[in-house]
Design a protein around this ligand. Structure first.
Ligand code: NCD
Length: 304
């Protein structure tokens, strides 16, 4: 069994390429590779795509699923049980646990006490590594490669865990440029930014979307402003519409560029943009299925 906690575990080119290769093999397939295995999905935070694609992936591989969504309200957490105790118990019922939790570091805490593989499906403002796998898979399918590209991540870089994982996944490869575009108050955490600088992959820093587009990224990765992470609604309201991609910006996007978003979108990309062939976010969400099949397969491989 292998825990999947941070995208940093996969910054080694070979490891990521292996997951992406496996995902390609699982495109459109049903198989019995995980027959006899049980996956528990333990979600303490809202989810549509991540939970359902993991569950569908497990079923498509011949496995079965037990699940506790709204785990904060409907599991023993409401009675005061610690995450660690819940993990110890659920590990007795399932062979892998897919965990989403509001606290940064929760997946690591879970892994420390777990007898079965833990897959981090989002730990607060920390990371969301399997989203980064499907983002990389999408870039590869849309552009044909994930090397020698300029990726601009835009929007809520401070609280957006999908960005944190994507940056961790791509930056160590060393042959990408990553530009940052966000309002002042939603900048990428300094530890991550320092990492980009040290690896010489930090592209431009922008405080306006048009400027970021003029720098000609191959991938524009838009994100939702993470309302649930703000200290007050007033602070959220100040920035919620600061970065919106609308039809007028399509002409600034390179002809071969890809427009991505982990979804859900609120207001960050106007629906009028959806019909443009460069708008890849719905294809990106669909890619979650083969990528999560590959992820589960990986989690069940013996640790070496
Ligand atoms: C993301 C998340 O939960 O971090 N959603 C997802 O898994 N696709 C992004 C978000 O909620 O904004």
């Amino acid at each position: 069994m292998r825990h999947i906690i941070s995208a940093k575990q996969f910054s080694n080119k070979k490891m990521l390429d292996a997951v992406l290769f496996l995902a390609e093999q699982y495109e459109g397939r049903h198989c019995d590779h995980l027959k006899g295995h049980i996956m528990a999905s333990l979600f303490y935070e809202a989810s549509t795509r991540t939970r359902l694609s993991f569950e569908s992936a497990m079923l498509r591989m011949g496995g079965t699923v037990i699940s506790s969504d709204h785990a904060g309200q409907f599991s023993s957490a409401i009675k005061g049980e610690t995450l660690e105790d819940s993990i110890r118990i659920i590990g007795g019922y399932a062979d892998v646990i897919v965990l989403r939790h509001p606290d940064e570091g929760a997946a690591e805490r879970a892994a420390a006490v777990s007898d079965v593989a833990i897959i981090n499906a989002g730990d607060g403002v920390g990371e969301h590594p399997t989203q980064a796998f499907l983002d990389a898979y999408t870039i590869k399918r849309e552009l044909g490669h994930i090397d020698d590209i300029h990726v601009c991540v835009a929007g809520d870089l401070r609280y957006g865990r999908t960005v944190h994982s994507l940056v961790n996944l791509l930056s160590e490869r060393g042959n990408v440029a990553i530009s940052l575009a966000s309002p002042d108050s939603l900048e990428l955490p300094s530890s991550l930014k320092t990492g980009l600088r040290e690896r010489h992959v930090l592209g431009g820093e922008f405080y306006c979307l048009e400027d970021a587009l003029r720098a000609g990224p191959d991938v524009l990765y838009m994100t939702r402003v993470q309302k649930e992470r703000f200290e007050s609604l007033a602070l959220y309201n100040e920035v919620k519409d600061a970065f919106v991609f609308d039809e007028s910006m399509l002409s600034l996007l390179k002809q071969k560029a890809v427009l991505m978003h982990p979804l859900p979108r609120v207001n960050e990309i106007a629906p009028a943009v959806d019909a443009d062939p460069r708008a890849a976010y719905f294809r990106q969400a669909r890619n979650g299925l083969p990528v999560r099949m590959a992820t589960l397969r990986y989690a069940f491989m013996p640790d070496d």
